[in-house]
Write a protein that binds this ligand. Structure first.
Ligand code: UDP
Length: 324
């Protein structure tokens, strides 16, 4: 296949590039390197099946030419991370909405298969755990910046499904649940790279709130193979799928496990949310995916356990050259 990956220099994008190259696909990446990094792809420079375009996904002319030249688009280019969203709301909303508008409009001209990456954040404060794709989405009020991310991604979902309905665009929506693994940076607030680096430096491990909030962490290699699996299923088109893991852990337990696995002397400290983010920040207590739908269609089963994930992230940050 000829594959276009928007945001291919990012953490998840670059793992998807690797998986596609390994399958023998021809891979083209567009990335503006705003949060992604060329370093994530240096090992592919000069590879005959790999091409890189440094540009903004909102550049319609460039995106149009790249879309025309591929069979399948994985659309990952987006503003990432709760911290970035809270600190740069205008940029988040504009990047996430306008980029997807351009991409879908171009893909619709030639009916290319598009996989749009959305987020578990859209389930918001719903208490209906585990979250099912057809369940209600419960967002907080619009004065709380965090929800702009969910809203912008939801608009992307609506638009992709609308293109599918009205113009038969073969679009698939995936909602990713806390994807983690090597190459993820802690700069945008993500908890596992932050805890691992804090532990390796014997600095305090910063648990926000009382640490009773829980998450399920999906290993990036499992996540990208799930995405590739969906592209190959015509029945996935026009539909939404959760991707992640159902192994749930509280953030307090996570901090303890990271400390133990790194053999660190770090103390675990609790930081009030208002201090960690902006005042009035709202966190979700639990976020667990129901994976029945994707596993019915593709046989998807996450393979990595939380311990496997932590080992690989610890090894990544232990490698001498890694400074985040
Ligand atoms: N978190 C934390 N300490 C940190 C960073 C994050 O306790 O240094 C918490 C955060 O408040 C949330 C969870 O870890 O409850 C996961 O945060 P992350 O930003 O990785 O993803 P989110 O689930 O918020 O999208």
């Amino acid at each position: 296949m000829k594959v276009l990956i928007t945001g291919g220099a990012g953490f998840i994008g670059s793992h998807l590039v690797d998986a596609c190259i390994q399958r023998g696909d021809q891979v083209s990446v567009i990335d503006d390197l705003s949060t992604g990094s060329r370093q994530n792809l240096t090992h592919l420079e000069g590879h005959p099946n790999f091409a890189f375009t440094l540009d903004d996904v909102r550049n319609q002319t460039v995106v149009g030419a790249l879309v025309d030249d591929c069979d399948v688009v994985f659309h990952l280019a987006a503003a990432v991370g709760v911290r970035l969203v809270v600190e740069n709301p205008v940029k988040t909303i504009e990047t996430n909405v306008q980029g997807t508008e351009v991409l879908l409009a171009e893909a619709a001209k030639t009916g290319k298969v598009v996989l749009l990456t959305s987020t578990s954040e859209v389930y918001g404060l719903s208490a209906d755990v585990p979250f099912q794709e057809e369940g209600n989405l419960v967002l907080g009020n619009s004065k709380k910046g965090r929800w702009s991310y969910a809203c912008s991604k939801l608009l992307d979902e609506f638009l992709a499904l609308a293109y599918h309905r009205e113009q038969d665009l073969p679009a698939i929506v995936v909602r990713l649940f806390n994807t983690v693994g090597p190459r993820q940076t802690g700069r945008y607030g993500m908890v596992i790279p932050r805890f691992v680096q804090q532990a390796l430096r014997n600095e305090p491990i910063t648990v926000y709130g009382d640490g009773s909030q829980s998450r399920c962490f999906g290993f990036v290699k499992d996540v990208v193979s799930a995405m590739i699996g969906l592209i190959e299923k015509p029945a996935a088109r026009g539909d939404i799928f959760n991707i992640g893991s159902s192994e749930e852990v509280s953030i307090q337990e996570l901090a303890e496990q990271v400390r133990e696995m790194t053999g660190s002397d770090s103390e675990i400290v609790h930081v009030p949310y208002d201090q960690a983010y902006a005042e009035g920040f709202e966190d979700m207590p639990r976020r667990t995916p129901d994976l029945a739908k994707i596993s019915r269609l593709t046989g998807y089963q996450p393979e990595a356990t939380l311990a496997d994930i932590l080992s690989s992230v610890i090894a990544y940050y232990r490698a001498a050259s890694r400074v985040d």
